[in-house]
Design a protein. Structure first.
Length: 293
């Protein structure tokens, strides 16, 4: 009996697999000292690297351009990791999006693991520090216990078999991320992605990942504050609080961000991205109106 799983990048038996266009989205805030440990290690076959900078006060943008001549830079006025990621996802032009931290804690060499799982049929691929082959150098015992507790809550509320809930190394198809209609502004966006992937029925895979200590600086993560935001996010998702019924949920500032995009590509690229996102929203609004009639 043949499986009904679709493998969009594999093709027919005997054909050379088609490598998807991969966009790597990296949110930054004062990460100039860490970027040299990240950008040069990204595989050369990656389609584009998008830095979404939260108005860094150091020379993060200049360092990024020196390290990677074709890097795309998007300036984000609003604060929050979730805001930066949503802006980067909207700007991405690849078939597959990989989200990567800028502090050196995530190994770019693992990107083929995530892309390979996508090519094998997954819609959404999560890194896990607790699978065989994974691990962490950057988790105190209280954070480990907290992550375990939050994972149990997620399993009870939404099902699934995640082995690591609060880890942000993930990859997904462009079509999959559009189905999630993300709204999170802070670190809770990672949990929002995970539970919504379960809710909308995406094919999910986990791959082992090792988390290293960040190279320089301190994390903006606050275990108690962000832990509470994650709990609130899960209960809001469970009860359907604040979730729109339809529509692509793009950041409110996206029009300004795409207009401000400072990149080596022509300005028309930003305009075309904006027009594309507007067309999607108009089409979905028309579909909703037709259904109501």
């Amino acid at each position: 009996m043949q499986s009904n799983v679709v493998y969009p990048f594999i093709g027919e038996i005997g054909e050379q697999p088609a490598l998807p266009k991969v966009s790597v989205v990296i949110p930054t805030l004062n990460e100039s000292r860490n970027l040299p440990f990240v950008l040069p290690r990204i595989p050369s076959w990656v389609h584009e690297v998008i830095i979404v900078d939260g108005r860094s006060e150091d020379d993060t943008v200049e360092v990024a351009r020196k390290l990677l001549h074709n890097v795309r830079i998007v300036l984000e006025k609003k604060k929050g990791k979730g805001v930066a990621l949503r802006t980067g996802f909207a700007a991405a032009t690849g078939d597959v999006i990989v989200m990567l931290d800028a502090d050196g804690s995530m190994a770019p060499e693992e990107i083929p693991l995530y892309v390979g799982a996508i090519m094998a049929g997954a819609d959404f691929v999560k890194g896990s520090r607790f699978l065989q082959g994974g691990g962490t150098d950057d988790m105190e015992i209280h954070r480990m216990l907290g992550n375990w507790g939050l994972m149990i809550v997620a399993r009870v509320l939404f099902g699934g078999h995640y082995s690591d809930l609060c880890y942000g190394y993930s990859a997904f198809t462009k079509k999959a991320i559009e189905r999630l209609e993300l709204k999170g502004d802070g670190f809770e966006i990672e949990t929002e992605m995970n539970v919504r992937a379960l809710q909308v029925g995406l094919k999910i895979a986990e791959v082992p990942s090792f988390e290293f200590d960040r190279e320089y600086g301190t994390s903006n993560l606050n275990a108690i504050r962000d832990g509470l935001r994650i709990v609130r996010t899960m209960f809001n998702e469970f009860f359907g609080i604040g979730r729109e019924k339809s529509g692509v949920n793009l950041p409110q500032s996206q029009q300004e961000q795409l207009a401000e995009e400072i990149t080596s590509t022509p300005r028309s690229r930003a305009h075309s991205l904006y027009e594309s996102s507007r067309s999607v929203k108009q089409a979905q609004a028309q579909t909703q109106t037709t259904g109501a009639v």
